[in-house]
Write a protein that binds this ligand. Structure first.
Ligand SMILES: CC(C)(COP(=O)(O)OP(=O)(O)OC[C@H]1O[C@@H](n2cnc3c(N)ncnc32)[C@H](O)[C@@H]1OP(=O)(O)O)[C@@H](O)C(=O)NCCC(=O)NCCS
Length: 217
């Protein structure tokens, strides 16, 4: 009997936590999503649950974070040095980025740039590049937010196909609808990018997302 009582207690506790999570995560009355801060915190809690439920106790849990005052923003010219530093820290090419700053995105934490991404727009498609997150903040949903925002930006600019090159994060992009393709399938306009011409090694994986496909983010 004490076991049953304890079990019920745990179930009720879980239900209360789930309701709490739903309340936090609910859209605002005006239909807009809640701030990045709350969403990042919720995502972290969910991951902790997922890991403990899967019994992977040897894997270090993501530290529980307090609400982070992060803000997704368009890249401003004065952000350039911080963005170039982020790219260098993550071993990503910087060549050609300065020509595409107007379609760059950053995430700021306490007004410091902690993550970035950029789009190169061409008549026959867009290239998603320079997706980088500060080392200490990886795994907290910032990369996810940036890629989704970049794809939204591509849609706003009327682009239906987005391409990217990566040597280290092939496994990160399928969740946004990216699939591996061969270089020859990249349209000629996009191939004029410095990333294709010289900045990325020939061994880099090429991926593409079709934004007209409802399954792509
Ligand atoms: C790839 C990168 C942008 C991801 O950003 P992030 O903020 O750490 O990622 P998020 O917190 O949004 O997402 C975490 C998820 O992505 C996965 N992930 C993160 N980096 C990954 C990588 N290099 N390869 C495969 N999966 C990766 C994590 O396993 C996690 O998966 P889960 O949600 O199933 O647990 C970041 O790790 C980074 O800056 N990498 C170096 C630069 C780079 O390779 N950029 C991509 C090419 S432009």
């Amino acid at each position: 009997m004490p076991y049953v009582f304890g079990f019920r207690h745990r179930v009720e506790k879980r239900q209360r936590e789930a309701e709490d999570w739903r309340r936090k995560h609910r859209r605002r009355p005006d239909g807009r999503r809640r701030s990045l801060t709350i969403r990042a915190a919720c995502l972290t809690r969910l991951r902790q649950r997922k890991w403990s439920a899967s019994g992977q106790l040897d894997r270090p849990p993501v530290p529980r974070i307090r609400a982070m005052p992060v803000r997704l923003d368009r890249l401003q010219p004065e952000d350039t040095p911080a963005v170039l530093r982020l790219l260098a820290d993550n071993g990503l090419p910087r060549d050609g980025l300065l020509d595409h700053l107007h379609t760059g995105l950053v995430i700021r934490l306490d007004d410091q740039v902690v993550a970035c991404a950029a789009l190169e727009l061409y008549p026959d498609g867009a290239l998603l590049r320079s997706v980088a997150v500060q080392e200490s903040l990886k795994g907290r949903g910032l990369g996810d937010q940036l890629v989704r925002a970049a794809l939204d930006l591509a849609r706003q600019r009327g682009t239906t196909s987005v391409y990217l090159l990566t040597t280290t994060a092939e496994g990160f992009f399928p969740r946004f609808g990216f699939r591996r393709i061969v270089r020859a399938d990249v349209p000629s306009g996009v191939q004029t990018s410095v990333e294709f011409q010289s900045a990325c090694p020939a061994s880099a994986v090429v991926m593409a997302a079709d934004l007209t496909n409802p399954r792509s983010t």
